[in-house]
Design a protein around this ligand. Structure first.
Ligand SMILES: Nc1ncnc2c1ncn2[C@@H]1O[C@H](COP(=O)(O)OP(=O)(O)OP(=O)(O)O)[C@@H](O)[C@H]1O
Length: 549
């Protein structure tokens, strides 16, 4: 199984005061929830859930999309008030569920899937607003000190970022790191609970390792960490206990030492479907699904897309060819160009980009002149990594979100017929294995994973020639991952070309014909066939040159 045991790092990065090994709170129950139910109109999101987390442990909260994980976390955080009858304690003190001030007082800290950052402000204010500002004797904010403190907190995560840069200009991983650092910034006592909801969704392997060090440091100092994640290999590496929810109910609880990954998959998806889904979670370095690349997809025929010498904020002379029906993966660490490339290809980068591109059929030109409408006209459709901010339209229903790209085609005599729009959305939601009952509901009430399925449904529904997708399985459960891989492969077989940028190398191995490793804005390795393995890609993106070729 290869589980990595928790190690005591001796310090707790991210905390202002040093950890207190041997703290009186280091053993016993950190968090206890009993009888938690939550009913939304027409939906029982949670039914009588008990949840107990021990001090000094990393406890994973698992379940497929829509199983109730985020709702449980939001009840804990005070975002939702559970149905009457629920009780909770934190390190023995009673907690009022549904009261966010009490949650904070009891030293519960949260990083939610949507991060909750203020994009117009920099790290300095995002941290200051949550954890308080450094102040001078007159009570005025000491900006220089505040700035230095923010920089130091970020540096403890091994992270350098201009603390004044608005986070709207930062990449998704940069935003995630600021959210985590902010949650910990004022945590002076280790008798608390840190809750991380899908924290690694946008992080590369190297960044995930740093996050795990941070998590281990926090738990070994006596605090508890609750980790919500769909990445079971990561869960097995960092967590020691887990609770599994299915359809709002607790279906399993126990030590991860006593369970195999295969058994965990069975419990999460239900035994019948478990065997099928298990194919998506084999160990590191192996392909999760059999998707043999056909010789026609070697990219050596006339490419559907060819870009040369791309340069931008991170890109520094990148060349890329994507053949017809080829799925090309893009791997790389934060700042390697992996996050920027999809935006450039989709014309969503604005000025400052140079290079050239050609799309099959001869259309082409200066990459700097690519705009979103131009890309769309060329058949390039983009699925961004940041689903909440850039993927869904919050005020719209799920149907409206899915049909958005196809409105011109759905129009008849100048108007879109609602019944036609509904049928269209249902068809595409079904293709993504999302529950079609979600169609009329506001998209904001869907679980994160189901929102992602709706965004992918919209992208595929317009019949793109080239799909550019970033972090396609962020927040997606193990069963639905398989659906997405298979759907992309089916469409590639029909001629769709795909550029898939992902921090999850398992995604790339499962789905791609070829994977490009990016470093410092260029391609430093290209992998296909038997050479396309996780260690080879990781070595290349992290700069261990002996392994990259
Ligand atoms: N505000 C809301 N209004 C109505 N229904 C909601 C609301 N929030 C969540 N739900 C529903 O409650 C159920 C549980 O959703 P929840 O977000 O807790 O799932 P999850 O396990 O976190 O899923 P994911 O892994 O996809 O994030 C889903 O059916 C969801 O659509």
């Amino acid at each position: 199984m290869g589980r990595t045991r928790t190690k005591d790092l001796g310090s707790t990065p991210g905390l202002d005061s040093p950890p207190r090994p041997g703290s009186t709170h280091a053993t016993g129950t950190a968090l206890s929830l009993a009888n938690v139910s939550k009913t939304f109109p027409g939906v029982q999101a949670l039914a009588d859930v008990d949840f107990e987390v021990r001090a000094g442990s990393v406890h994973a909260l698992l379940g497929h999309n829509g199983s109730g994980k985020s709702t449980l976390i939001k009840c804990l955080a005070g975002v939702y008030t559970p149905d009457p009858g629920a009780t909770a304690t934190v390190f023995g003190d009673s907690l009022t569920l549904g009261d966010s001030a009490d949650a904070r007082r009891r030293r519960l800290r949260f990083v939610h899937q949507d991060l909750g950052i203020v994009p117009e402000l920099g790290a300095v204010d995002n941290i200051g607003l949550a954890a308080g500002y450094e102040r001078g004797p007159s009570g005025r904010i000491a900006w220089r000190r505040q700035s230095r403190r923010s920089r130091d907190l970020l540096a403890r995560f091994g992270f350098r970022l201009d603390p004044l840069m608005p986070l709207s200009a930062a990449s998704p991983p940069e935003r995630a790191v600021v959210a985590i650092v902010r949650a910990l910034a004022d945590w002076e006592d280790t008798s608390g609970v840190l809750v991380l909801d899908e924290p690694t969704a946008a992080l590369a392997a190297h960044e995930v390792d740093r996050l795990f060090e941070l998590i281990r440091g926090i738990s070994s100092a006596g605090a508890a960490v609750v980790l919500v994640s769909h990445r079971l290999d990561e869960v097995m590496a960092v967590a020691d206990h887990a609770t599994v929810l299915r359809d709002g109910r607790k279906v399993w609880d126990g030590s991860l030492d006593d369970v195999t990954m295969e058994r965990l998959v069975d419990v999460i998806v239900g035994t019948d479907e478990g065997a099928a889904a298990r194919g998506t979670v084999t160990g590191p370095g192996t392909r999760k699904t059999a998707t043999p690349a056909s010789p026609a997809r070697r990219g050596n025929e006339i490419p559907t897309l060819e870009v040369k010498d791309l340069r931008g904020r991170y890109l520094d002379g990148l060349d890329l060819r994507v053949g017809t029906g080829e799925i090309v993966g893009v791997a790389g660490l934060l700042g390697s160009g992996r996050e920027e490339l999809p935006y450039v290809l989709a014309g969503a980068c604005g000025s400052g980009v140079t290079g050239s591109f050609v799309v099959s059929g001869g259309a082409g030109g200066d990459a700097g002149s690519m705009t979103i409408p131009r890309a769309r006209d060329l058949g390039i459709v983009f699925v961004p990594a940041d689903r909440g901010a850039e993927g869904v339209v919050d005020g719209f229903t799920t149907t409206e979100n899915v049909s958005l790209g196809a409105l011109p085609a759905l129009r008849s005599r100048g108007a879109v017929t609602p019944s036609r729009e509904r049928r269209f959305a249902r068809k595409w939601l079904a293709a993504m294995h999302a529950d079609t009952a979600y169609a009329p509901r506001p998209v904001s009430t869907l679980s994160g994973g189901n929102q992602q399925k709706a965004v992918l449904a919209r992208a595929l529904s317009v019949g793109p020639k080239i799909l550019v997708v970033s972090e396609p399985t962020a927040g997606i459960d193990i069963g639905a991952r398989r659906v997405i891989y298979d759907e992309l492969r089916r469409r590639a077989d029909d001629g769709l070309s795909v550029v898939m940028a992902s921090s999850d190398i398992e995604d790339l191995l499962a789905c791609c014909d070829r994977v490009l490793a990016l470093r410092d804005g260029r391609v430093v390795g290209e992998f296909e066939g038997s050479r396309m393995t996780k260690p080879a890609i990781v070595y290349a993106i992290e700069g261990a040159s002996d392994e990259q070729e």
